[in-house]
Design a protein around this ligand. Structure first.
Ligand code: HEM
Length: 361
């Protein structure tokens, strides 16, 4: 079973470069069991981040092509699902860290200095590939500025800055998903087809009428229940209707991407929309898994360090809880608010275009 890389006749150890890998957990510094576990958990996260970046870049490049072949979509969905699985696995991995007692962590915490997950360049890179912008963070925190400062202090870290700059120069997954749903055929009409604007505009307006009817029915039912003052009910439903109108008709104009998403979500049963809806679902599942992972990180941190300031100098748990509010794919979340009961949807035009074998009302 002996072999080495030169003749391709690997052993388990040479293939995985185990000797190198197993030298990186601080044995030479004589770390405690607690600290070695702390290092290994971080390293496994970073290994998974590496795979996540590779998957997300692959999906971004495939989906970002000017014309995306049909067979590329299943491969994108597959990549997104793998990333979701990884985040779900990582969300459970916090449990291993929770075997560290607060006192056990304090025993070596000061030795970390200002080192913090806040400086994980792979985390920042995957956020950039997804499309998380400084504005979306709310705090306007810009990882590029952060890593510029780190590289100034320590030039050996310039490679991290370069990676982030390169990722930032490419379109994000958020942008390519938006461009892709923009091309959704709506009521049998494609962008660039003659009369496409009219078809899409009619569809959006018909849907808004349906939403208005649905919302007024719900308002009337709530009025009857008598649980809240009528003015409060009226104001709440009126506000929701305005929000939905603004979402589908920003500045009074329809947004073809949002209209495409609305179409995919509303007519999920159409055969031609099978893969588009699988892709949209996969993106939402991925973002949900990330949010849960961020939330679980905050709870683990609360349990181990309470409300202390983080080693990176942030407010700690409060900062981490704020990161769980990040949303990149806001339209994919927003579209849920806009849907109506199936029987209220505008009647589908050109059903044969979506490969109906028989048409039913
Ligand atoms: C005892 C274990 C841990 C504690 C107490 C802890 C605590 C914290 C705190 C307080 C922050 C906020 C920034 C700061 O002020 O430092 C933070 C950020 C972060 N931590 Fe942890 N952490 C732990 C383990 C981990 C592990 C294993 C990872 C895996 C890579 C990780 C990844 C991150 C990341 C990526 C951030 C940045 C979050 C963001 O800005 O969105 N942490 N951590």
């Amino acid at each position: 079973m002996a072999g080495d890389k030169s003749d391709g006749n690997w052993t388990y150890g040479t293939y995985l470069e185990l000797d190198r890998l197993l030298q990186l957990q601080g044995d030479e510094r004589g770390v405690s069991r607690d600290e070695m576990h702390f290092i290994i958990v971080h390293q496994t996260f970073e290994l998974w981040f590496k795979q996540v970046i590779k998957e997300l870049e692959g999906v971004r490049d495939q989906l970002g092509a000017s014309s995306v072949p049909e067979e590329a979509i299943p491969s994108c969905v597959h990549g997104m699902r793998r990333v979701t699985e990884i985040f779900q696995l990582m969300a459970h991995q916090w449990g291993v860290l929770e075997t560290l007692t607060p006192q056990g962590f304090l025993a070596f915490r000061d030795g970390l200095g200002t080192a913090s997950g806040f400086e994980s360049y792979q985390m920042r890179e995957l956020e950039i590939v997804l499309g998380l912008t400084p504005e979306m963070r709310g705090s306007n925190f810009d990882p590029l500025n952060q890593f510029r400062k780190i590289a100034e202090k320590d030039p050996t870290q310039k490679h991290a800055l370069d990676r982030l700059i390169r990722a930032n120069e490419k379109p994000s997954l958020h942008e390519v998903v938006r461009a892709w749903v923009h091309r959704t055929p709506i009521m049998g009409s494609n962008p660039g087809d003659e009369g496409d604007m009219e078809v899409v505009s009619k569809y959006v307006n018909d849907h808004l009428d349906a939403f208005e009817r649905h919302s007024k029915d719900q308002e009337a039912a709530m009025m009857l229940s008598g649980g809240m003052p009528p003015e409060a009910i009226k104001a709440r439903f009126e506000g929701a209707r305005i929000q939905v109108r603004d979402f589908l008709l920003p500045n009074g104009q329809f947004d073809r991407s949002r209209a495409g998403l609305l179409f995919i979500e509303s007519y999920r049963e159409l055969p031609l929309l099978t893969w588009p809806r699988a892709l949209v679902d996969a993106v939402v599942e991925l973002e949900e898994a990330m949010v849960k992972w961020r939330h679980a990180h905050a709870r683990m941190v609360e349990r181990i360090i309470g409300r202390r300031v983080g080693t990176g100098g942030s407010s700690g748990v409060d900062y981490l809880d704020a990161t769980a509010a990040y949303r990149v794919f806001t339209d994919l979340w927003g579209i849920r608010t806009v849907l109506v009961r199936p029987e209220l949807r505008p009647r589908i035009e050109r059903p044969e275009f979506y490969s109906f074998s028989s048409v039913s009302d």
